[in-house]
Design a protein around this ligand. Structure first.
Ligand SMILES: Cc1cc2nc3c(=O)[nH]c(=O)nc-3n(C[C@H](O)[C@H](O)[C@H](O)COP(=O)(O)OP(=O)(O)OC[C@H]3O[C@@H](n4cnc5c(N)ncnc54)[C@H](O)[C@@H]3O)c2cc1C
Length: 395
């Protein structure tokens, strides 16, 4: 007889792990988390794990504010004395050049403050007081979040998995899902390399691999996958771990940077990235041109990084939807199937709250943050959640 659960969550990234944890915590009796490899081996493992509440879509800010509270009180939130997420409360600065980007930033700060985000406009001179390595001659507006910072994606995910397991979630690693089981029109479980698993409901949280889920379900799940490059640089003096995260909207690829272990700065981009047909076929090589371009932009923003040494580079996949916001909730026409995918480069900071509201939705409860704006149907309805800064992970 097939193994049987009330809910099977597919995908052991940060989103699947948080969802499985909350399903169990909300009283779901039998929950399984099924991962094709080891937990945290997908996009989450490559994440820069920056945590901020700056968004222009109000529900994104609400999810980010709730999640920040979890990162700040991680052990309490997971009810696990050994849980660790590596949160560093360095603060967050978002810099905008003169013009419409600065105007939008000011409007977004007002919206965020109304929704409980601790954020404030400061002058470029004040930004330099908080981050003395910055040069801000071309910056007109700055937002500052004192409570934000960055965390460790591996610690966060494995802590959610351990807390879920302690509550009784069955965690199955090295168990690739290969299809969906059906009972008439309803989804009745998953097919895996290690045998069928029956389930009352299935949650697909497989990020960049969601194309496979769409094929199994025969459903249209809009998704594009792209490759993003992360670099770390070392200057003459060690880059302090307490320096605020910086988002630079004055750059052509919406560069961001933050401290990383070993006195280096970690640099990434909030642009479209390189289109990728197949997430498993990602070219891990980082070209000289990209490195040089980021090096020049970084040295412009922090002159002490002129001539800095490149210390590491890696690539990671973004699962992008047409409006750069996730799809959360049931898949219409495929009873029993729920999804959480398309985090478009900004899902780490949202995951603690997303796991909770998705679990509430799966269990037929009213989600604490309205997830209707993230419904799959919004694309066909033309009700996109396009952010104020256009494409990119600040939406
Ligand atoms: C370079 C980079 C930098 C980023 N920086 C930030 C940041 O600073 N802040 C932020 O908030 N977000 C950031 N993000 C985005 C964030 O990391 C992601 O949105 C988030 O980690 C997505 O988590 P996930 O659980 O949805 O997906 P994933 O972590 O990709 O998890 C999906 C899981 O599904 C598994 N899977 C796939 N197929 C199957 C199958 N058939 N059967 C079973 N399991 C399967 C995979 O192995 C994987 O473990 C970044 C992303 C990248 C790539």
């Amino acid at each position: 007889m097939a193994e049987a659960y009330d809910v099977v969550v597919v995908g052991g990234g940060v989103v699947g792990a948080a969802t499985a944890f909350h399903l169990k915590r909300l009283g779901c009796a039998r929950v399984a988390l099924v991962e094709r490899g080891q937990v945290c081996s997908g996009g989450t493992a490559k994440s820069c794990a920056i945590i901020r509440t700056h968004y222009s879509i109000p529900t994104n800010t609400q999810l980010a504010v709730q999640s920040l509270g979890v990162f700040e009180n991680f052990r309490e939130a997971l009810d696990d004395d050994e849980a660790e997420c590596g949160f560093v409360n360095s603060g967050y600065l978002i810099l905008a050049p003169e013009g419409k980007t600065a105007d939008r930033l000011a409007a977004n700060l007002d919206m965020q403050a109304r929704l409980g985000a601790e954020t404030q406009p400061i002058s470029p001179a004040e930004a330099i007081e908080r981050h003395p390595l910055l040069s801000a001659d071309d910056i007109a507006a700055v937002g500052f979040e004192p409570r934000s910072g960055y965390a460790d994606p591996y610690l966060t995910t494995t802590s959610f998995v351990r807390a879920a397991r302690r509550l009784g979630v069955e965690v199955m690693a090295e168990r690739p899902v290969t299809g969906l089981l059906r009972d008439g029109a309803r989804i009745a479980g998953v097919r895996t390399a290690g045998g069928d698993i029956a389930a009352g409901a299935v949650v697909g949280a497989i990020g960049p691999w969601t194309g496979a889920l769409a094929r199994w379900a025969g459903a249209e799940l809009p998704l594009e996958v792209s490759r993003h490059v992360v670099l770390t640089f070392r200057a003459a003096a060690p880059y302090e771990r307490s320096l605020p995260v910086v988002k630079d909207l004055a750059t052509d690829n919406k560069m961001y940077f933050r401290p990383a272990s070993g006195g280096v700065v970690l640099v990434g981009t909030g642009d479209h990235g390189d289109p990728l047909d197949e997430p498993d076929a990602m070219d891990e090589t980082v070209g000289l041109e990209v490195t040089a371009h980021q090096g020049v932009q970084l040295a412009h923003r922090m002159p002490s990084f002129a001539g800095a040494e490149l210390t590491a580079s890696w690539t990671g996949p973004y699962d992008i939807t047409p409006d750069w916001n996730p799809v959360l909730g049931p898949v219409p026409g495929v009873d029993g199937l729920h999804v959480a995918y398309g985090f478009s480069g900004h899902g780490f900071k949202l995951a603690p709250a997303v796991g909770r509201v998705l679990a509430q939705s799966v269990l037929g409860l009213v989600p604490e943050v309205d997830i209707a704006p993230y419904r799959l149907g919004r694309f066909a309805e033309g009700k996109l959640l396009t952010g104020a800064y256009g494409i990119g992970s600040i939406s």
